[in-house]
Design a protein around this ligand. Structure first.
Ligand SMILES: Cc1ncc(COP(=O)(O)O)c(C=O)c1O
Length: 402
């Protein structure tokens, strides 16, 4: 058999990604090893997915137990893990109804279609406008990528879904200028992840809620990146004191197994009658069994309070690094979704920091060209945080002295 290495990617894979040179083969907790046995500390967490690190015993046992019982049925039948997971999500949140999908984009696709359908049923075809925010990110299906606030991602694929407009994030006047009774929904991330780890101001979010109420527009929170404990709350809306009409969740929901969900109220959910929307795999027993274990493990005071304590460790460590090397303007974000914003001297160099960190045995992320992003496991041991920060400091030192 041909040896598997990074060159094979270039031979047989569609070139829409440019993955790192090393190929990880094993993970345990917050450590990962590549084909050559080199060890990494994982501050990336699969982009805010591996909420319990790699191969957490609760997830391994949920996966293997379910694998011995029943993998897949399709939605011609329901199944126990899906119903249990939906019950847990309903009990833990504002929601009364759940729709399962396989990814964040699909959860958002469902949310947007629901909003359009509710407006059509209650008012008429003219209430079709969707407002989202510049630099927002909602997935890569053509509808969700168009709702996302980076036209570069949706350009070049022909005519885009219509009636979608973008306001400035954290600027309520900009939303006021666009919103009207024609607006059917406002979609927003409570903390923009891909757009640079930018938290929403509480006052801004309250005003968004108020404008939505005034114009009978639905407020959709995309919590694909912030959800399932990432900010130190089960969902970020809980910390903001603003409740959406629809919430989407994916990424950490399955702790590494693909699953997404749309959460909403009974009054809205009733518009998606049989035949209006669906998915072959959505609510698959294997995915739901793993997600049930992930949510139950994360939604405890130990884990959620731990996120806040670990955030402090990160902030203290990054501040110390910055006192010595003066590379960041600020550290922003919440919980374990943190962004170190590079100062003018290092503008545009976030990728260099990420690559230098990898050389030192640390997996980090970027969020745009100016922000180094950290989204580790929510239960990363404090010792791994300290060791990871020590490795990051060595990477920073190399860049500064280069
Ligand atoms: C806020 C947000 N929404 C949606 C998505 C898309 O999720 P997926 O890649 O699972 O489709 C992402 C992915 O980064 C995200 O951060």
């Amino acid at each position: 058999m041909q040896q598997i290495n990074r060159a094979v990617f270039d031979e047989v894979m569609v070139p829409n990604y440019a993955p790192a040179k090393m190929i990880p083969v094993k993970g345990q907790g917050s450590r990962v090893w590549d084909q050559q046995g080199k060890e990494y500390i994982d501050f990336a967490g699969g982009i805010a997915v591996n909420c319990l690190g790699h191969c957490h015993p609760a997830l391994v046992s949920a996966l293997t137990d379910q694998a011995e019982k029943l993998w897949h049925l399709s939605n011609v039948m329901t199944n126990e893990p899906a119903l249990q997971l939906a019950q847990v999500l309903v009990n833990a949140t504002f929601a009364e109804k759940v729709y399962f999908a396989n990814s964040g984009a699909e959860a958002n696709e469902a949310a947007l279609k629901l909003a359009r359908r509710v407006a059509k049923d209650n008012v008429g075809d003219e209430k079709d406008q969707i407002i989202a925010f510049k630099q927002g990110f909602h997935g890569r299906t053509f509808f969700t990528v168009t709702v996302g606030g980076q036209p570069a991602y949706s350009d070049g694929f022909g005519p885009k879904p219509a009636a979608i407009e973008h306001a400035e994030f954290n600027n309520i006047d900009s939303l006021k200028a666009l919103i009207s009774d024609r607006t059917c929904a406002v979609m927003v991330e409570p903390l923009q992840g891909e757009g640079g780890v930018v938290p929403a101001d509480v006052e801004f979010m309250k005003a968004v809620r108020q404008l939505c109420d005034q114009h009978k527009a639905l407020l959709i929170f995309d919590e694909v990146q912030t959800g399932v404990g990432r900010t130190g709350e089960l969902y970020a809306y809980m910390g903001l004191g603003v409740t959406p009409d629809i919430l989407t969740t994916a990424k950490a929901l399955g702790g590494g197994f693909p699953i997404g969900a749309m959460l909403t109220t009974t009054a809205l959910a009733k518009h998606l009658v049989p035949g209006t929307h669906g998915s072959t795999y959505g609510g698959n027993p294997l995915a739901c069994a793993v997600a049930l274990a992930a949510v139950n493990t994360v939604n405890t005071p130990e884990v959620l309070d731990g996120v806040k304590a670990k955030e402090q460790l990160f902030r203290d460590g990054l501040r110390q690094i910055n006192e010595q090397y003066k590379v960041f303007d600020t550290i922003r974000g919440q919980g374990l979704l943190l962004g170190a914003v590079l100062n003018a001297d290092y503008a545009g160099k976030a990728r260099d920091f990420m690559m230098a960190a990898a050389d030192e045995g640390l997996m980090a992320l970027v969020a745009g060209a100016n922000v180094v992003r950290f989204t580790p496991s929510l239960v990363i041991p404090d010792a791994d945080i300290r060791e990871g920060l020590a490795r990051f400091e060595r990477a920073v030192a190399k860049i500064v002295s280069a």
